[in-house]
Design a protein around this ligand. Structure first.
Ligand SMILES: [Mg+2]
Length: 278
């Protein structure tokens, strides 16, 4: 296989239906690809394995590839040639990068939100599950909490929160508070606070996101990286790759191409149009 171009793809909504497992049609298309493919997911390993890795193995895919999870900050080397083998080869540590003092400042700032009247949730809202999810390479903070399995009650709570947030600008106010508290850490250590979906905040380090695998492939053997994602638009969880392309030194030819897709079916059409289906 050529080392000319590495294909890197988002998983959810790009290779699978939203929040659904991989389908056999996509697994068959991936088997036919004539360029190496790799994946970069927003989710963590416990979500990516049942959604993508395990079904890909079950549908008979028998090659090697790299899977970046935790929004790009953790690298799993997948070798399916003889058995289902998934090995963690790299994990960026958010806490180590920040150091104890700044990590505590962040955690204390999140805890402080509880005691402030302005940040009380509306009476119809509850906290269900954990508010803070530490993924090692980033943290997610959800004011209404997060559960592994979404129950009817949690779904209703989530919908109520989305309307509450839209009408009151709740998350925007929290964002302003956190940026105020953490401006120095953002400046010195590249701390990044982003809206995560419709209910939470993703807190990570700049560059330790989906641009990390892109840069790894470029620093490795590849001349070009083609990234496919369904959320390259502004504010979407693939937008960091679009930003990387948009902000590339204008005196150089950008070696990264961001290819927006609408669905997994659309991704298969793109494979065909590009001549990637052998
Ligand atoms: Mg996606």
């Amino acid at each position: 296989m050529s080392k000319e171009i590495a294909l890197l793809m988002d998983i959810d909504g790009t290779l699978t239906p939203p929040r659904q497992p991989l389908l056999v049609e996509m697994a068959d298309a991936l088997k036919r690809l004539n360029i190496p493919f790799n994946v970069a997911a927003g989710s963590d390993r416990p979500l990516v394995e049942p959604q993508f890795l395990q079904p890909l193995w079950d549908f008979g895919y028998r090659r090697k590839f790299e899977a970046f999870v935790d929004n790009g900050a953790t690298q799993l080397s997948c070798d399916f040639t003889e058995e289902y083998k998934v090995e963690e080869v790299f994990k960026f540590s958010f806490a180590d990068h920040l150091g104890a003092e700044d990590n505590n400042l962040l955690l204390d700032s999140l805890e402080e939100l509880d005691g402030i009247e302005e940040f009380k949730l509306a009476d119809n809202l509850k906290v269900i599950g954990n508010r803070l999810t530490d993924r090692g390479s980033m943290i997610n903070y959800a004011p209404i909490g997060r559960t592994k399995v979404i129950t009817d009650e949690a779904l209703q709570n989530r919908n109520d929160f989305v309307s509450f947030d839209k009408s009151t600008g709740y998350r925007k106010k929290i964002m302003e508070f956190l940026v105020g508290k953490l401006a120095r850490v953002m400046e010195e250590k590249g701390l990044n606070i982003l809206y995560g979906g419709e209910t939470s905040f993703d807190i990570n380090i700049r560059g330790k996101d989906k641009t990390l695998p892109v840069m790894k492939f470029l620093e490795g053997d590849y001349k070009k990286v083609a990234f496919m994602g369904d959320a390259l638009f502004d504010g979407g969880n693939d937008s960091v790759v679009q930003d990387l392309v948009d902000n590339w030194d204008p005196n150089e030819t950008c070696p990264v191409e961001a290819i927006p897709v609408k669905s997994w079916e659309h991704s298969i059409e793109v494979f065909g149009e590009r001549g990637w289906l052998g």
